[in-house]
Write a protein that binds this ligand. Structure first.
Ligand code: HEC
Length: 144
């Protein structure tokens, strides 16, 4: 039975494949992109460029919007990097994701270097804040 369940899960993962960002690999790609996009926005504090900000912050908003689906109710809950709290406190996780989206919009709304700096500082508080509560960085949890 256990073997069957494992095989079924593996098959579902293959079928689900690229349709949903719900596996550890998809989450990893999503999060790495968050870091890369923020990295591409930071230099604009010193050399403000409205056009670049518009493109990059739109990418940030799009990325932030994918977080909830990446940890949806039917996604992989056996991901050792994802805290079970994501699903036991789904409302709390959704609130953290929504705040990140809102703060991404604030980055987009920046009009000069100083306002961008302030928006980025607030935005980056989301990374550590959410990780502290919902990410597991220690050794993988034993299988349940
Ligand atoms: C709403 C919650 C939330 C927010 C906001 C968030 N993260 Fe994450 N992040 C997670 C979770 C949960 C994981 C663990 C995901 C996994 O590997 O399954 C993670 C993992 C990561 C990882 C590790 C990926 C890997 O290689 O395994 C990086 C890097 C990362 N986040 C960067 C960021 C950055 C940079 C920001 C802010 C710009 C950010 N995250 C914002 C929840 C969040």
């Amino acid at each position: 039975m256990k073997k069957f369940a494992a095989a079924a899960t593996a098959m579902l993962m293959v079928l689900g494949g690229t349709a949903f960002a719900q596996t550890h690999a998809d989450r990893e790609a999503l999060m790495k992109a968050n870091g890369q996009i923020v990295g591409s926005i930071r230099p604009l504090v010193g050399a403000f460029d409205a056009a670049v900000l518009k493109t990059q912050s739109q990418a940030l908003v799009d990325n932030a919007t994918k977080i909830k689906a990446a940890f949806g109710p039917n996604s992989d809950k056996n991901d050792p990097a994802a805290s079970p709290t994501i699903w036991t406190d789904a409302a709390g996780f959704a609130a953290a994701a929504d705040k990140f989206i809102a703060d991404s919009h604030a980055v987009m709304a920046a009009t000069d270097g100083p306002s961008l700096q302030a928006a980025l500082t607030t935005l980056q508080g989301n990374c550590g804040g959410c990780h502290k509560q919902f990410r597991v960085q220690a050794a993988p949890r034993p299988a349940p």
